[in-house]
Ligand binder design. Structure first.
Ligand code: MRU
Length: 366
């Protein structure tokens, strides 16, 4: 693993990039932000797995794209001309990368697309299948940028200039390849002079809101105010928030949504204060094969993230029991709309999400 340090505006960095000449996946190490912007080059399956598990690259869409580039690089390194041997090895790498994190469906979705390319082109020589795999990974990244922009356009129809928007965790540019999902309406609004006031939850325990969302919005010139997670009721009760925009890691077929731990708390508080909660969800994050939120596997993280990680010394008694789920499920009845690149789904979600996928089958979004 090599490290490169640069000084430029955080928005100029690519979250995930392929350096094919050097057989490397290049990511901006998000564990170092906001203190340092470090690009790291990853070469091995273990390095890529670790980067995903340790949240050096994080956010559902970015994880998917990183895994796709990673699988391409690992496939490139398979030394055989025999399709069956190649395919078996590819599947082994795919399963390994897929095991890094369980909740964000984009990981298995992107890896699944890569496998489909391999199956579709089984008649080609292995060397040409490798080229097709690279093209698919590059396409996944380009698509992510277009998808986020489309989500931004739909999301922008839900708010008006001067509105207050609350967001939780980081569903920003750093979680995607550009624009973010929950931040896309904010960035597009800013291009058009909407002057939003944004409240960014700090997002315990890994502080993605403070370290990443507040950082990228502030660097972009957006009016952003950082709040602790337990302040959402105060800003809503004060009437400062007109809408909540959050991202997601998996949306079930009934609209129940897994996102960063604390999202369901925000949604419950928002219901009390009649603030609409919008989930910004690329269709790659909607998993119609998962019936309800109860069927979503929630990642459990180590205790030290809560007790020690951001402190100079431990802030909890040694050995105390810690519960550290990375995500929670927001019930569909707390969600005012699910904003996709194909339009906005509204309750009842069992029907409207099907409709979104019907539109997707008919052709590309505009
Ligand atoms: O644990 P993380 O930082 O990967 O969690 C990220 C989130 O919960 C995001 O809100 C979600 O992945 C959507 S990113 C567009």
């Amino acid at each position: 693993m090599s490290v490169e340090k640069e000084m430029k505006n955080i928005m100029e960095y690519e979250t995930v990039a392929l350096d094919d000449d050097n057989d490397a996946l290049v990511i901006l190490d998000q564990t170092k932000l906001p203190g340092a912007a470090e690009l790291i080059s990853l070469h091995t399956g273990k390095e890529i797995w670790d980067a995903i598990y340790l949240l050096k690259v994080r956010g559902a869409p970015a994880i998917g794209v990183a895994a796709a580039f990673g699988l391409y690089l690992l496939a490139k390194g398979i030394r055989t001309d025999d399709y069956e041997v190649f395919y078996q090895e590819l599947c082994r790498h795919k399963e390994y990368l897929n095991s890094a994190r369980p909740t964000a469906v984009n990981l298995s979705w992107a890896l699944g697309r890569m496998e489909q390319v391999c199956l579709k082109h089984k008649e080609l020589p292995v060397s040409e299948i490798k080229v097709k795999l690279k093209e698919e990974a590059v396409l996944l990244k380009e698509e992510d940028i277009r998808v986020c922009r489309a989500i931004g356009e739909y999301g922008l129809t839900l708010v008006k200039p001067g509105d207050g928007i609350l967001t939780h965790c980081n569903a920003g540019q750093l979680a995607t390849c550009r624009y973010g999902t929950a931040t896309a309406p904010i960035y597009l609004g800013q291009e058009r002079g909407y002057d939003f006031r944004v409240y960014a939850d700090e997002t315990r325990p890994l502080l993605q809101g403070a370290r990443l969302t507040a950082y990228e919005l502030y660097a972009s010139g957006v009016d952003v105010t950082l709040i602790c997670d337990n302040m959402s009721a105060t800003v809503m009760r004060n009437g400062w928030v007109n809408a909540v925009f959050v991202g997601c890691d998996r949306v079930a077929a009934n609209g129940d949504t897994a996102n960063k731990i604390g999202t369901s708390v925000v949604a419950t508080v928002a219901a009390r204060y009649h603030v609409p909660v919008y989930i910004c969800a690329p269709t790659s994050t909607i998993d119609m094969s998962t019936p309800t939120g109860a069927d979503i596997v929630i990642e459990q993280r180590p205790a030290h993230e809560v007790t020690d990680m951001w402190y100079e010394k431990p802030m909890a008694p040694a050995g105390v029991k810690v519960f550290n789920p990375a995500f929670d499920v927001t019930d569909h009845d707390l969600i005012a709309g699910i904003v996709t690149e194909y339009g906005i789904a509204r309750a009842p979600y069992t029907e409207s999400l099907q409709e979104i996928f019907c539109r997707k089958q008919k052709g590309p979004f505009s």
